[in-house]
Design a protein around this ligand. Sequence first.
Ligand code: X95
Ligand code: ZN
Length: 644
Amino acid sequence: MMLLLALLLQLLQLSPRAAAFDPDQEDFLSDEEQRARNYLDYVDAEFARRSTAAVRAAWDYASNITDENLARKLEVSAENARYQKQQWQETIKYHWQSFRDADLRRQFKKYAVLGTAALSEEKHDKLEKLISEMESIYSKAKICDYKNSSKCDLSLEPELVEVLRTSRDPGELQHVWLEWRRVSGEKCRASYEHYVALSNEAASLNNFTDNAEYWLTDYEANDFPEQVDRLWKQLEPLYKQLHAYVRRKLREAYGDEVVSARGPIPAHLLGNMWSQTWNNILDITTPYPQVEAVDVTSQMVKQGYKPLKMFQLAEEFFVSLNLSAMPESFWQDSILEKPTDRDIVCHASAWDFYDGKDFRIKQCTQINMQHLFTAHHEMGHVQYFLQYRDQPTVYKEGANPGFHEAVGDVMSLSVSTPRHMRELGLLDADAVDDRAAAVNYLYLQGLQKIAFLPSALLMDVWRWDVFKGRTASDRYNCDWWKLREKYQGIEPPTDRTEDDFDPGAKYHIIASVPYIRYFVSYVIQFQFHRSLCQVAGQFDPDNPEKMPLHECDIYQSKEAGNLLGKMLQMGSSRPWTDAMQVVTGQREMDASGLLQYFSPLLEWLQQENNRTGEYIGWEPTTKVCVSSREELERLRGVETATEG
Ligand code: X95
Ligand code: ZN
């Protein structure tokens, strides 16, 4: 009894120190930390509410491009910027750098960066207007048909993407490639210059040297460009082998006049408007043509696939891993097909409305294999939203942006296997499964994953140069082509000038969406794939030949799903090295996953390139890039072939 009494007295006794104001730093901080936590609860709820409003307005504009919806989007954004600026004055009063609670410090650290709201109201509004208008130009741009010059209603999606995918006429490919750049990039050059200046001004108001440094804070490393460059050095030899082989096959298809033996590859022949993935030229470059191609597009069309079915397949894959199904509202509110009655931003994207309930995808879905993987890619974003839905709003993002880009692609690494495609009934059950088939499959994967790496890297190397002032506006286009040649070994179909603005022909550039996240994703997705395959009992690191990594399919592995889910639930609450460690046991990016996955292909490519005596790498381009079209005429002495 006495003990209980004593205990009770102990509990009731208020330590004298806590009662009165204590000059002792310790308690003063613990009081401030307690106040800070209450403050954060309020700020978090307000941040969520305002984010929901901003995302709704942005969704309404992206899914119906009208002046009225733009005005509404700008109004909500301006109001939020005013609020953020005012709230920020309050936030920085806390001595958060010296808080003992690491989580409290981390949340304050994120709230302490004001972003573009640091600009004056007028400049913030101008910056938002510039980006929205470039997005509108890009989304509404149309060109005339190559053969029928009176048919002038061809959009990027689906018409021009389809031409790049299917046409084998270099003249038509050149026309579409040039005209798309004339009606999109070229129209955005002036706005882009102003966008760069305002983005850099906002960055410096946040005490960053420039917008490149601001963008890189997402990776919480002071040497991230160097980390990325080290990875590229490891991956470049594999890329050069693929590049040499593809150049030979294209030369066989189009002739020496169109494709040289030792020079860069002409950009318009690679099956993609930006030469970033080459899977659409599988049919004219495949290693073993007699073996059935693993491009399931024709089967999808034959079996009457609809966009909804493609997304239901993706959802079923996630559910098979014991991850989350899409909420009912996802199926009601998403846009999975291009509407016919209005202009929308067709570039596919996934949307978190920050209310824990509303998650959507907007995609102008086409019935082909590429779009089946895009559906998985976008649903990977939504899965991440669902997994971190209970985090504080400020942590509702990827561990770093590359993680967010990797989730869906990790699923596609399993879905795209011939075995999984056979299970889906998209590949003949009796399709041969020998070495030739394995090489063909790995080659198709290489056309998407290996080809993509230098293209993704240079997208932000160019922008880091621009934001840092290393590339002045009168060098935008020619520096772009220097990087395209240096990293990718491609050249434009015709000479270019600074009257062109080819970077602006790519959505992410005009929409101010960073791109290094995709390079990061293409490295770490193979680290995740390797670890999840191990957990799923589909890969043995001590005996990799037994079950080659490229044959692994984690479908229905709850162990793999639970492990991945554990990482996704963290959001950005911990540094990405901690998140990476949860799944892979590693704390850094590592090219060995990708290299291990593709090692059989590298071996085959080296043999093949040796056999044909292929020149590995490329000699300088014979195309020029000069300051203007007038300058080009002087140089070439002839009327430049400006189309249209
Ligand atoms: C994405 O990452 C982007 C949207 C606001 C913020 C608005 C961010 C980025 C965004 C938009 O989801 N047919 N879209 C076009 C498909 C576009 C899909 O940019 C994207 C995606 O085009 O450079 C499958 C398909 C796997 C594409 C990496 C890069 N995708 C691109 C890419 C993929 C990809 C690719 N993996
Ligand atoms: Zn993405």
